[in-house]
Design a binder for this molecule. Structure first.
Ligand SMILES: NC(=O)c1ccc[n+]([C@@H]2O[C@H](COP(=O)([O-])OP(=O)(O)OC[C@H]3O[C@@H](n4cnc5c(N)ncnc54)[C@H](OP(=O)(O)O)[C@@H]3O)[C@@H](O)[C@H]2O)c1
Length: 204
């Protein structure tokens, strides 16, 4: 946590989804550290465009935050996760869909994709969220037509789910807790689950 006792957010992966999430959390006032594979220099212009408490850094800089948004292609996650010093005590938000280049489904050995990712970030608590909307919808104003755009989330540990649910609320979306990674994770998994791609509003 930073000097103001607020949780900091690290974003690893600054493509379509990482940037969409960065826009929303920066706008909401969070302290954010964003990184990619090509290095901080390549993120300077994006960071400048956001005008908030966001900085570009290394992947390890992002992993030093309290809450880490892991916005990586499926085939990169295990390798990036294994290079981080320690995942102990972290909360990891997992927006990944288990798709390999050429739209080939990854082999998950009967698990949900987030259960597989959880095995790669030993000591952290994982909350699956932000995987069901396009980057355009995730960047857009979540308050629409008298309601708030829905974000589904699931996880096995209640306090980290509460914290991620709080972030979802703070950035203006309506969070819906689907339960555990095994049950909720399956419902929100893409492809296969019934919930991805739905653009739903929770009315006041
Ligand atoms: N796009 C969608 O519609 C969508 C929707 C929901 C969920 N998702 C999921 O979100 C995740 C990210 O998707 P995306 O569309 O944002 O992908 P993307 O646009 O291809 O961006 C991927 C990012 O990961 C970074 N990266 C790759 N290897 C890395 C490494 N070794 N170390 C650090 N950073 C690395 C890339 O860095 P560089 O910029 O330096 O290349 C890039 O910034 C995927 O798992 C995807 O399934 C995507």
């Amino acid at each position: 946590m930073n000097a103001n006792n607020k949780r900091t957010i690290g974003i690893i992966g600054a493509g379509a989804i990482g940037k969409a999430f960065a826009r929303q959390v920066t706008k909401a006032g969070y302290e954010v550290m964003i990184s990619n594979s090509r290095g901080p220099e390549t993120l300077k212009e994006f960071v400048k465009s956001l005008d908030g408490n966001i900085k570009e850094g290394s992947v390890q800089d992002s992993a030093n935050a309290d809450i880490i948004f892991l916005a990586l292609p499926w085939q990169r996650i295990e390798q990036v996760a294994s290079a981080i010093n320690s995942w102990k005590g972290k909360i990891v938000i997992d927006p990944a869909n288990p798709i390999l280049p050429g739209f080939v489904l990854a082999n998950l050995d009967g698990k949900t994709s987030s259960e597989v990712v959880e095995g790669w970030i030993k000591g952290a608590h994982l909350v699956k969220a932000f995987n069901t909307l396009t980057p355009q919808l995730l960047s857009a104003n979540p308050k629409q037509a008298g309601g708030n755009r829905v974000i589904f989330y699931s996880g096995n540990e209640s306090s980290s789910k509460e914290i991620v649910g709080g972030i979802i609320d703070k950035i203006g979306f309506a969070g819906i807790d689907l339960g555990s990674l095994n049950e909720g994770g399956k419902l929100q998994q893409f492809p296969g689950g019934p919930l991805p791609t739905l653009n739903l509003l929770k009315l006041d």
